[in-house]
Design a protein around this ligand. Sequence first.
Ligand SMILES: C[S@@+](CC[C@H](N)C(=O)[O-])C[C@H]1O[C@@H](n2cnc3c(N)ncnc32)[C@H](O)[C@@H]1O
Length: 318
Amino acid sequence: MPADLIDLAPSRRSMKEDVLEGLTATRKWLSPKYFYDRQGSALFDEICELPEYYPTRTEMGIMQEFGPAIASAMGPGSVVVEFGSGSSAKVRLLFDMLTEPRAYVPIDISKDHLKSAADGLADDFPNLEVMAICADFTGSLDLNIRQLIDGRLVGFFPGSTIGNFSSPEAKDFLQNTAALLGTGGGLLIGVDLHKDTGILEAAYNDAKGVTAAFNLNILSHINRELDANFDLKRFRHRAFYNPDKGRVEMHLVSTHDQDVRVAETMVPFAKGETIHTENSYKYSLDGFKDMARSAGYSPRQCWTDENRLFSVHFLEVA
Ligand SMILES: C[S@@+](CC[C@H](N)C(=O)[O-])C[C@H]1O[C@@H](n2cnc3c(N)ncnc32)[C@H](O)[C@@H]1O
């Protein structure tokens, strides 16, 4: 049976306001949420398979190795609410381990990808109620899931997507999820750890150029949605570790002096000027737990791989 879909996708108008705010700033930027149209989601799935991209296989390895402990922390009869569910590949590991999960609520901004992943999951787990919500999780998260489905709400936020937020944004997001999940609720969250610069820079500069295509796809998405005329051949991908900020940065570098039309606005670019498209902050175990506490969670358990590349935390709403 196909999954239910609640469509709260952000409007074209809000995308236009966000994009123009970023492109008319002194240092140009775009929100990483605009990577994810149908093509961007497919490219992200391809990134997850790359040999250089350690986070996906490492996080899945941790979930497999510590499956029973994770399932016991999440408890029986839970309603799993996934933020940024993408292909829903990782949650399948949970549904193989959890005791009588009641329902699955994937939330993602990329509507087509969300719908097909949710339908696939509903087919493969016929006893599970699947209710997909297309929404921007950086918004108010004012979703009354309890009114729709009964049960203990347990959030799932894998892939270190939390790393895309600055520290105040991450705290806000965690506070909003704690309010949504409610007292007694929990959150299973994947968090990437500080490590050798070489490993980090290779992960965001793969040899096949998939990450470059993913980064450039944000311009195709803007061309299509906002009637813009970015020439993708006139921008190139750049990713590097910024040690002062503890984050990997992705940029698109203008290879020429050029003017680009975005909706009704002309945006000038100097040769070498960049659009900052993504940050991926890295954490220490204690640094992340401190942030979780400050946002209203009690860190309960934490698991890592043997090389301490990645971590998975279980937090309870305090
Ligand atoms: C880095 S991918 C992670 C995908 C998957 N959870 C994983 O761990 O492999 C981020 C996911 O979050 C979604 N996403 C990004 N920003 C979002 C936002 N502001 N609101 C809702 N979904 C968002 C994307 O569409 C994408 O599926």
